[in-house]
Design a protein around this ligand. Sequence first.
Ligand SMILES: [Mg+2]
Length: 471
Amino acid sequence: MTTPMHRSHRVAGALVGSAVGDALGAPFEFGPPGRFSARFPSPARGARTEMCGSGPWEPGEFTDDTQMALLVASSLADLGNLDEADLFDRFRAWAAADPKDVGIQTRTVLDSNRPWDVAATEHFHRTGRAAGNGSLMRTTPAAIRFSRDGREATMDAARRISALTHGDPSTGEGCAIFHELMRAALDGGDPLAAIPSALEAVADEHQERWATVLAPDWTPDRATESNGAVWPTLGQAVWALRNGRDFAEALRLAIDLGGDTDTVACVAGGLAGAVFGMGAIPSRWASVVHGRVPGHGDKVWRLADLQQLAATLDGGVQQNYDPGVIPRIGPTEVLPGIWAGNLDGARYSDGDFAVISLCRLGEPFPHPVHRMAYIADNDHNADLDVMLADVLDDMKALQAEGHRLLVHCHGGASRTGLVLRGWLVREKGMSVEEATAHVAERWPHLGLWNDSFTTALQRLSARSHDDGGSQ
Ligand SMILES: [Mg+2]
């Protein structure tokens, strides 16, 4: 199930994938099985997507799962290592700022006014009930941060972070297993193949119960608790990964299980994002994921912030991307209903354009319909075919709804040209040569320096002919 891919695509995929799963699952929380597929029997690629929001949650808004994950991430990124007292303080400030949702167990512990090293244990000894999934749901950032430190170190960090709010050691073992599966996935391995060795490192008294829900033949209907508990949450997430052929299908399977859908999809999304990579996350989902972290400023976290944070957690340098101001090109109507431009040509275009961004942006655009699919302007894109198909499918759906489309990248040359040419190959049945000539006549900025783009178009052309064309 693994493909060669630069580690950075997996790291970004993990963090963005978990936030996407959280936001995608939130409207279906506590619903019955099958509700997601009943509402969205096929991919919703128009202006209204599966990121539908409900109750307090805006479309694309992530919930407490990702809010807490960002607290873990920011503590690790700011301090460079795990400092439980600092992290516990951040959790407490967040809980005190009245977030829209907080797990019951997490709130009880954080509101207890007890020190970080006893609050959760005391709660567990008092109640005997502390095996919720509230520590598992937030652990993707730590799983990224400690993934380079080896199995023992990452599993140990998982247990220590879990123990801040969850006094039942079985939750810590679940987080530890998740960390080890994530370590395998980020290294380019198969996380499912890493399950036996992860289980070996689980404390003896917890092994059997974890082995049961992670067994290849385990199915969600065999859960002995609701999926608010830690065992079925990880069991279901792994089951969804095992049975999903791609990122979108893994998440659909997870959310269709019903119950604690945001958390199961968040956990599944972290693993699936690491396995399939950032390019495999549908852009209609990744583009709109966002949210605030109460008690920690007014910043709205968006896709670019999550990608940057993921790189930082993996040891990269944190830097804000500012493309500066560039002379505007476009928008110009190049194909019927499809306009092209460069970065600032698109940024300052009319708000009714459905914008397809193929490069990094710096400040977000104001356009209500905006898809971001980052393609690198070089020959090193992982999953170029998948990303191109995702973009073209979205364009077709948006055009069918009557939107004017605006495709752009930084210079409007190579990546923009790839998509315009791809449109003609797939929708008009042109050969790559015909499509290239057609675009060059109408868009003098076309750039043809990436050989991998032309090769991808030839594969697209071959597939379109196999399908008998798509007209
Ligand atoms: Mg939640």
